[in-house]
Design a binder for this molecule. Structure first.
Ligand SMILES: [Zn+2]
Length: 326
């Protein structure tokens, strides 16, 4: 696999092999005088040169190894690829809010649960010069190395939003109750804290927004958001609540890209300057849980329609900054 077992350790070992290869000749030279270092003609300072070569090679090895160990320790759960990506800075997109702003809100970004689809969706948005908001379910996030590596590599173009802690839904007389729907202030506050801690273990990204699972949240839990300076994006008429979606839950069928665009058009015609589009990786999978290319082509169409329109794709933080500067 692409993210195979190339770890910091194997990198160090391969450097060690290189080190041995480099110093073997000068070492042999020092130990047994008759051996020749490089050219047989030069006679000057051979022992000095051999020693310098050994010191140089060893210093190089020691410093690279230290760097690898320090970086690996900083990101203990990620593989070498994530470490390697630290050499390549994230290429930040230019984001500028306008009269018509769109936020791509991708919910249910979580360890293993359709994370391949989530990665592709985020990657395609970024390839189309659009930032995207990942509604992250923090529980066990770090265990999905491929997802964590991707989030790290593209962290400058992905805004992190907190999407519950484990998204756990309890069933009460057949009705699904959202994770934060019935919580007291104290329990909500504790859950928010462990969720934020879980994400901050691996990322420095600032979390500005909370997306309650099932888009529902109790009044007490809403009050708890203030403790962590979190804005709320749920279902409803609030400024940051979602306006459009890519799945019709009533009829259990996809909503076309054209319909989504129309919904946002209506939002803007009604005088609002923000249209939040709720997306789920599950909107684009087949019955086996794999990506459904036909369904997925609607997502790609949506991205190209946004590109063709006068809509600006922004993040919650851009709009929050815009409002707080007024
Ligand atoms: Zn969700």
């Amino acid at each position: 696999m692409f993210f195979g077992p190339i770890t910091g350790l194997s990198f160090i070992i391969s450097l060690l092999v290189l080190l041995v290869g480099l110093i073997i000749r000068p070492l042999v030279f020092i130990v047994s005088k008759p051996a020749k270092l490089f050219s047989p003609v030069r006679k000057k300072n051979k022992p000095l040169m051999a020693a310098a070569l050994i010191v140089f090679t060893f210093t190089l090895y020691a410093s690279v190894t230290t760097f690898v160990i320090v970086e690996t320790a900083k990101h203990p759960r990620t593989t070498m690829l994530a470490f390697a990506s630290t050499f390549i800075p994230c290429d930040e997109l230019y984001v500028s809010p306008s009269e018509h702003n769109v936020i791509l809100r991708l919910d249910d970004v979580q360890a293993y649960g359709w994370s391949d689809v989530s990665i592709r969706m985020m990657d395609d948005a970024i390839s189309n010069d659009m930032p995207i908001v990942a509604g992250i379910i923090p529980k066990d996030l770090a265990e999905d190395k491929k997802l964590v590596n991707f989030l790290e590599r593209e962290s400058c173009n992905i805004e992190f939003a907190l999407h519950g802690y484990d998204h756990g839904a309890i069933s009460d007389f057949d009705e699904v109750i959202g994770e934060f729907e019935a919580l007291t202030y104290e329990v909500a506050s504790e859950k928010l804290k462990i969720g934020i801690d879980e994400i901050e273990k691996d990322f420095n990204n600032n979390i500005t927004t909370f997306i309650p699972p099932q888009n529902r949240i109790s009044l007490e839990a809403t009050a708890a958001l203030e403790e962590y300076n979190l804005y709320l994006s749920k279902s409803g008429k609030g400024y940051y609540d979602y306006d459009a979606k890519t799945w019709n839950y009533d009829d259990n069928e996809p909503i076309s890209a054209t319909e989504v665009m129309k919904t946002c058009d209506t939002v803007f015609k009604n005088g609002d300057n923000l249209c939040v589009i709720m997306l789920h990786p599950q909107d684009f999978i087949d019955e086996e849980g794999k990506i459904d290319e036909e369904k997925y082509s609607e997502y790609k169409k949506l991205l190209s329609l946004i590109n063709l329109s006068d809509f600006s794709t922004v993040r919650f933080s851009d709009m929050i900054a815009l409002h707080s500067s007024k």
